[in-house]
Design a protein around this ligand. Structure first.
Ligand SMILES: NC(=O)C1=CN([C@@H]2O[C@H](COP(=O)(O)OP(=O)(O)OC[C@H]3O[C@@H](n4cnc5c(N)ncnc54)[C@H](O)[C@@H]3O)[C@@H](O)[C@H]2O)[C@@H](O)CC1
Ligand SMILES: [K+]
Length: 411
C-alpha cells in the first residue's frame, strides 16, 4: 500500500490560520469534503502506528472536543477494526461534539467502541497501555491548557517508556507562534497534515514535537501552490544546494573574504570558532581582528586564518576594505576596547555585516542604529538577545518567535 506520510518535510511552513482558512477550499477544488479529509488524516496516523509501533497493541487515545479529536476517533475506529485494543478517554462531554468530530465519534459508537470520561483511576493506570495517541488539541489551540488536560499531559510525560503520537500538533503547542503552554504534552512523534505548521519548527516547541512527520492528505501540493508562505524551512542539504559550484580553476581570492571581529582579552574561543566556521563553510579567505593577546591562540592549529591584533580601531580600515562580509561580536566583550571598536564600526562602510553576541548587546544599547547605510545586515540573536533588542522579556519572545523576528527585521 502506498505510504500516506513522509519524513521528507516540505520547505514552506504556514500559520494555523492559513491552514484553517484555506483547507476547505483546497479540498473542495480537489473534490473532497472535510469529513473525507478527516478520514484521510486518521488513516495516515493509523498507518504510521502500524508501520512503526505495530507491536504496541494497547492504545490509549486522549480526546478533546474539536476536529483534532475527530481525527483521533478515526484512528480509534481503524485500530479497533485491525484488532488493536483501544481505550478512548474524552476530556469533554461527548454531547458537546459537533460537525465532523461528531460524525467520527458516531462511527466509533456504531462499531461498539465506548468512550470513558476522564477519570483518575484510569490515569493512574497508564502502564496498562503501550501507546498514547494525543487528539486533545490541534491547530485550534491557543493560550494555556485547562487544568484537567494539563494534569493528564503531565502524567503521560512522566511515563518515559510510554510513546506518544500527537495528531497534527502536540496538545499545548500553539501551531502558529510556537508558544508552549504549561504542562503541554511531549510527543515522540507528531504527524502533521496538509501543510507544515510554522509553530512546530522552533524554540521550546521542538521538545514537544519529537520526530516530525508529514501527511499531505492529497491536498498539500495544491495548498502550497495557492497559498503564499512567509516561513521557509532550511535543511543542511538545501543550504548545500544554495552554495554555487566552485569552478575547478577557482582560487581563494574568488571565493569571498570574511573578516571576523571580536575576541577580547581572555575570550579567544568564540572568534576562533566563528572564523573556523567561515572557513569550513567555504569562504576563500578568512581574517580575524582580535585583541593582540589572542593572536597566537586563534591561529593555533588553523594556519589558514589571517589573524590581526587590534590596538587601535583605525587599524580595522584596511581589513574592512578587503572584506566581502564582516562579522562583529563573538567574544567582543563590553569594555572600552570593545566599545571603541563598535563605535568605529558603526560609522564604517561595509557591504554585508553579521552582528552577533556582544555586537547585539551594543546594538540594544544604541539609541539609534548607525548601521543604516549598510545594504545587508544579518542579526543572529538568541531569545535573550532578541528580548534586549526589542525591550521585552525572554518570555515575550518565546511567546511568538516569528513575530519577534519580524519586528527586528523591520527596525
Ligand atoms: N474536518 C476538518 O475540519 C479537518 C480538521 N483537521 C483536524 O482538526 C484540527 C483543528 O480542529 P479545530 O479547529 O476543531 O480545533 P482543535 O481540535 O485544535 O481545538 C478544539 C477546540 O479547543 C478550543 N480551544 C482552543 N484553545 C483552548 C484552550 N486554551 N482551552 C480550552 N479550549 C481551547 C478551540 O476553541 C476549539 O474549539 C486540526 O489540528 C486537525 O487535527 C484534520 O482532520 C483535517 C480535516
Ligand atoms: K493533538
Amino acid at each position: 500500500m502506498e505510504s500516506l506520510y513522509t519524513t521528507n518535510l516540505p520547505q514552506f511552513a504556514y500559520t494555523a490560520e492559513q491552514v484553517q482558512n484555506n483547507e476547505k477550499q483546497v479540498a473542495e477544488q480537489l473534490g473532497f469534503d472535510l469529513s473525507e479529509v478527516m478520514q484521510k488524516a486518521g488513516a495516515a496516523v493509523f498507518q504510521y502506528i502500524e508501520h512503526h509501533y505495530g507491536n504496541h497493541r494497547r492504545l490509549l487515545i486522549l480526546l478533546g472536543k474539536g476536529n483534532n479529536a475527530g481525527d483521533g476517533y478515526i484512528v480509534a475506529y481503524l485500530a479497533q477494526q485491525n484488532g488493536y485494543q483501544v481505550t478512548l478517554v474524552s476530556f469533554v462531554d461527548v454531547k458537546s461534539l459537533h460537525g465532523d468530530a461528531l460524525g467520527a465519534y458516531l462511527q466509533c459508537q456504531q462499531a461498539g467502541l465506548a468512550v470513558c470520561q476522564s477519570n483518575d483511576l484510569l490515569l493512574q493506570e497508564l502502564s496498562a497501555f503501550d501507546l498514547v495517541v494525543d487528539a486533545m488539541f490541534g491547530t485550534g489551540f491557543k493560550g494555556e491548557l485547562p487544568e484537567h488536560f494539563g494534569q493528564v499531559c503531565t502524567l503521560v510525560n512522566q511515563h518515559d517508556n510510554l510513546p506518544v503520537i500527537s495528531i497534527d500538533v502536540p496538545s499545548g503547542v500553539n501551531a502558529t507562534s510556537a508558544a508552549v503552554a504549561n504542562n503541554a504534552i511531549k510527543a515522540n512523534v507528531t504527524i502533521t497534515f496538509i501543510a507544515l505548521k510554522q509553530g512546530l519548527l522552533t524554540g521550546r516547541a521542538l521538545e514537544h514535537v519529537g520526530k516530525l512527520v508529514f501527511a499531505g492528505l492529497a491536498l498539500d501540493e495544491l495548498f502550497r501552490d495557492k497559498i503564499k508562505s512567509n516561513v521557509t524551512r532550511f535543511e543542511l542539504s538545501q543550504l548545500k544546494k544554495a552554495l554555487p559550484n566552485r569552478a575547478l580553476a577557482a582560487y581563494k581570492n574568488q571565493l569571498g573574504h570574511v573578516l571576523c571581529i571580536g575576541g577580547n582579552k581572555g575570550m579567544a574561543g568564540a572568534i576562533r570558532l566563528s572564523a573556523e566556521a567561515a572557513l569550513r563553510s567555504g569562504a576563500g579567505l578568512v581574517s580575524v581582528a582580535t585583541h593582540p593577546d589572542n593572536c597566537a591562540a586563534v591561529l593555533q592549529g588553523r594556519y589558514e586564518l589571517m589573524v590581526h591584533g587590534i590596538d587601535a580601531e583605525h587599524q580595522l580600515l584596511a581589513l574592512i576594505n578587503k572584506a566581502s562580509v564582516v562579522v562583529i561580536g563573538p567574544g567582543l566583550g563590553q569594555d572600552v576596547w570593545a566599545q571603541n571598536i563598535w563605535q568605529w564600526m558603526m560609522n564604517a562602510q561595509c557591504l554585508r555585516l553579521v552582528i552577533d553576541a556582544d555586537g547585539l548587546n551594543f546594538l540594544a544599547k544604541s539609541d539609534k542604529c548607525t548601521t543604516d547605510n549598510l545594504t545587508e545586515r544579518v542579526l543572529t540573536p538568541h531569545a535573550g538577545e532578541a528580548a534586549r533588542l526589542l525591550g521585552i522579556s525572554n518570555r515575550d519572545v518565546e511567546q511568538d518567535r516569528f513575530d519577534s523576528a519580524l519586528q527586528l527585521s523591520q527596525r
